[in-house]
Design a protein around this ligand. Structure first.
Ligand code: C5J
Length: 218
């Protein structure tokens, strides 16, 4: 069984039952001038994930393993936007530099060019922070016999954490790749990763992508 050096212990996985989850690598979060930057965030903190994630995707696809992408966003009438989210995020649906913010079909909502989904890869549109809430991710994973998830994307403490916690409660074993997840806030990145692997791996495991690439390229 392939095994990756990870915290708090080695992470073993079976190629037939493991999927790569790429969370919300969307223009509005990552591009200079996008929604994330308009809130005063430093997008460079997220953009450092692009290079390692590109290398991982190349190796993962070469190994013939499944990739699932997610995008956070809403229908144009915002009917699927949880009211509490809209109340504290009134800019959702408003005009931004790359179209209406977090609205499906707008330029800013889509995935950055470097990580564009390949033909046949699943893309999940999610209205919440977690990838399971109000999506068919559970059914897709069950149908494909997936039990282990390699989790990447942004942001570490929000959509990555929510998804990993949801996945953990549903029985999935999650490996989070430290160099392939990003937060606008260095402190949240550091502590967010610590929280996952703490207490014997309370939500999962944490590793660096080169260790995983080495395993899947054997
Ligand atoms: C946020 C996300 N931070 N993808 N979204 O609002 O983490």
């Amino acid at each position: 069984m392939p095994t990756v050096d990870a915290q708090p212990s080695p992470f073993g996985f079976d190629r037939d039952s493991t999927a790569l989850l790429v969370i919300d690598m969307q223009r509005d979060f990552l591009l200079p001038g996008g929604f994330g930057e308009s809130l005063g965030n430093d997008v460079a903190q997220l953009r450092r994930t692009i290079e390692p994630l590109t290398a991982l995707l190349t190796a993962w696809r070469a190994a013939g393993l499944p990739v699932i992408h997610t995008r956070e966003g809403h229908d144009s009438d915002l009917s699927d936007c949880p009211p509490a989210k809209l109340a504290r995020g009134p800019m959702i649906g408003q005009p931004g530099h790359f179209g209406r913010i977090l609205i499906r079909g707008e330029y800013g909502h889509d995935i950055i060019d470097e990580l564009r989904p390949a033909d046949g890869e699943v893309v999940i549109d999610k209205p919440g922070k977690g990838a399971f809430y109000s999506t068919d991710l559970s059914e897709i994973l069950e149908k494909s016999g997936i039990t282990h998830l390699v989790v990447t994307g942004v942001t570490t403490e929000v959509c990555v954490h929510t998804t990993v916690r949801e996945a953990n409660d549903r029985g999935y074993e999650c490996l989070v790749l430290a160099d392939c997840v990003g937060s606008y806030f260095p402190e949240f990145q550091r502590v967010g990763l610590q929280m996952i692997a703490a207490q014997g791996g309370i939500f999962g495991w944490v590793a660096e992508s080169p260790a995983l690439i080495k395993e899947i390229s054997r």
